[in-house]
Design a protein around this ligand. Structure first.
Ligand code: NDP
Length: 330
């Protein structure tokens, strides 16, 4: 059973040397347990936060701990009647090939609804994050301007498409021409600002003639400062993530004045604290996928041992779409 451990806390930016790949015995399922062969591992930005020994909303890893993470896998041995061999499941089974789990730790997947990999993306944690943050905190109204950063990514791509479904003007911010072209031409956003090209401020101003009513924040840093400078009165900001500051670069923020003078609502959230929201959001998004209104893109790294490198890539924008690792064949 190949596993990926955190060898040491990163000093500054994470490197491949901060991980260790080990071989362990394949576990035996006990009573009320199943043995799962992981097929896809999800790589997510929050995993970087878990690697630092600091207080957060969840416990951090210690050296020698296995990297945690969501997976989709196949039940290959079962002591649970309702989870027969051959069932596809989603759980927090970590960076490893095989895991044992109980039924209440697993979500059963129906491959007929959508490809099972989507349980880690658009029909899973990132999709629910987008739906919850936009609808519950952003409260978009038709005709308003919605802005989302990391717009081509797992969360951002869903935020913008839902905002379009709700009748908003949607402006994305992403790194590079390819990602921006995809966001506008494939996903149907009204505009996308390439923050790596030219005068980002001027391009953003031109793309938001009516300023910004809803901002879904994924990155922080200069991009956040810029968007706060164009907030409207009574705008809403969902603080979902601050990825530009995760990898050893803590950030300052100077935009408080914009919150005050615009009487803006700014709220952070953690999607795992809103599990009751998931089934409804997933059901609605599955319907939009079927209707062709919601598109998604995956970026799949091959083999569990490629996970550390792919994870470093996620933190520097090398991924294009939801970053997954294929651990074993479907
Ligand atoms: P993505 O698929 O969007 O991948 C991460 C993207 O972030 C990269 O592709 C890159 O896009 C962008 N990025 C990386 N570094 C920087 C940087 N220095 N400056 C600007 N952009 C950068 O990841 P997710 O959709 O999974 O996550 C997006 C955000 O949502 C993250 O901040 C994450 O922590 C947060 N999140 C929060 C949750 C919650 O419960 N609050 C739950 C899930 C996610 P580009 O090339 O365009 O720069």
């Amino acid at each position: 059973n190949t596993q990926v451990l955190m060898k040491q806390h990163p000093k500054g930016a994470v490197t491949e040397q901060d991980f260790e790949i080990v071989q362990r015995d394949i576990p035996k399922p006990g009573p009320d347990q199943v043995l799962v062969r992981n097929v896809y591992l999800s790589l997510d930005p929050y995993m970087r936060g878990r690697m630092d020994a600091v207080r957060s909303y969840a416990a951090h890893l210690n050296p020698g701990d296995m990297m945690g993470g969501g997976t989709v896998g196949l039940v290959i041995e079962s002591n649970v009647e309702k989870l027969p061999v051959g069932t596809y499941v989603n759980g927090m089974l970590g960076w490893q090939e095989y895991a044992v789990a109980k039924a209440n730790e697993l979500r059963v997947l129906d491959p007929k609804v959508a490809p099972v990999s989507t349980a880690l993306g658009v029909l899973g944690m990132p999709g629910c994050t987008a739906h919850y943050g936009l609808m519950s905190i952003g409260e978009p109204k038709a005709g308003e301007t919605v802005v989302v950063s990391a717009a081509s990514g797992a969360v951002g791509s869903v935020v913008g498409q839902i905002a379009k479904i709700k009748g908003c003007r949607v402006v994305g911010i992403a790194g590079g021409k390819d990602k921006c072209d995809y966001v506008v031409n494939e996903l149907g956003f009204d505009a996308c600002i390439d923050y790596k090209a030219g005068d980002m401020q001027a391009a953003f101003k031109a793309a938001t003639p009516n300023r910004v009513d809803v901002y879904f924040e994924n990155v922080g840093g200069d991009i956040m400062e810029m968007v706060f400078g164009r907030l409207n009165a009574f705008s809403r900001v969902a603080i979902c993530g601050l990825i530009s500051g995760y990898d050893g670069k803590p950030q300052a923020f100077t935009g408080m004045r914009h919150i005050l003078v615009n009487r803006a609502k700014v709220q952070g959230f953690i999607i795992s604290e809103h599990m009751g929201y998931w089934p409804g959001a997933i059901g609605e998004m599955a319907g939009w996928i079927k209707a062709g209104k919601l598109k998604y893109r995956e970026d799949i790294a091959e083999g569990l041992t490629s996970a550390p490198k792919a994870f470093l890539g996620l933190l520097t924008g090398k991924n294009f779409g939801k970053q997954l690792v294929r651990v074993s064949p479907e």
